[in-house]
Design a protein around this ligand. Sequence first.
Ligand SMILES: Nc1ncnc2c1ncn2[C@@H]1O[C@H](COP(=O)(O)OP(=O)(O)OP(=O)(O)O)[C@@H](O)[C@H]1O
Ligand SMILES: [Mg+2]
Length: 387
Amino acid sequence: MAKKRILIVEDEFIVAQDIRSSLDRLGYAVCGVASTGETAIRMAVELRPDAILMDVVLKGDMDGIETTRHIRGKVGIPVIYLSAYADVGTLERAQVTDSFGYLLKPFRDRELDANIRMALFRAEIEEKLKAAEKIIDLNEYLRQEIARRHQMESQLDETSRQLRLLSSRLLDAQEQERKLLADEIHDSIGSSLAAIKFSLEETVHHLNQDRDGVLENMQKIISMVQEAIEESRRISSSLRPSLIDDLGLLPTIRWLCEEFQKVYSDIRIERTLDIREKNIAEALKIVIYRIIQESLNNAAKYSNADAVQLTLTKETERIHLSVADNGVGCDLDQLEKEGQLTGMGLRSMQERAHFSGGWFEIRTAPGRGMAIMASWPTKRLTSDGSH
Ligand SMILES: Nc1ncnc2c1ncn2[C@@H]1O[C@H](COP(=O)(O)OP(=O)(O)OP(=O)(O)O)[C@@H](O)[C@H]1O
Ligand SMILES: [Mg+2]
């Protein structure tokens, strides 16, 4: 085994030589001798001895205790004090610096050896303890990391469960929508066209006999065609209001509100549209329209409100939308817990807002009405005014 390397810090040359001989006899290797505090600190850092024998009283600015404090602040080398004095003050100061031994001069080889061995043993144990503490810390870190990952995994599971649910609902909704459309086309345009065909056949039949009757029939047919045209307009505008493309979002919102008021005359809509059409990105228009449409539908179905405040404004580079009713409100967490949030409306509003880069929030509580709020950054215009 390699000899343990000892640094001697002693300002009396003769004493230092004595200690060196003792250490040689005991089988240690002396790696250096320092006679001042400063040199001792430098040598401790550079030579990294296994232990240091430190004279308490040193010439110069720093005594042995002060020197030890500096060394222990930089490296974890055990220090054994050597001193001719054992007064309480010095001992107490030495204790504070975490000393590994205190030898009173003059000492014998056996005492020196025992002190060095004890110091080396303690330093080794402390080293192992530190390593064990590091492992404990690492274990704790790993435990937390594993818990974090478990949590992330279960969040991911939940998200993908919601996504599956949502996509199956989307398919259902699409099917329902198609059925509704098929019924509408069948009942309105289909039956109008059937009536038109029947009347035309009748007219052809009477063509040569009854001129006045034919004219009268023709008038009827024209008004039936007119009705069919209006029906087809109604169906297509409930699918996607062409007004948005033709006139813009703001007139379409006004039209939607008027249509709503015709059906639900006991709910007053208070409208604030404080924004310019050109500040709303094209792709955002249908998103805003659908959110307003669904919020109004929900207010009509559930809120029992007598007023709805609809606000669309532009403030500091953001578009703000809010549709708030003064009705019964609800406890969404409770509905969710009871598995009653099976509708698509609120979810699809939120999805539409998020997919279009917006922020979305529902504020509601029993007896407090419901407010649907969303906001988006305004579209950026280049210096020439284009997008
Ligand atoms: N304005 C409101 N006031 C009170 N409760 C509301 C209001 N809007 C929604 N709710 C409650 O939130 C639930 C979920 O609404 P959501 O629009 O998501 O679904 P839905 O209207 O039931 O079905 P869908 O919109 O798919 O036709 C409703 O069933 C209702 O209980
Ligand atoms: Mg709804």
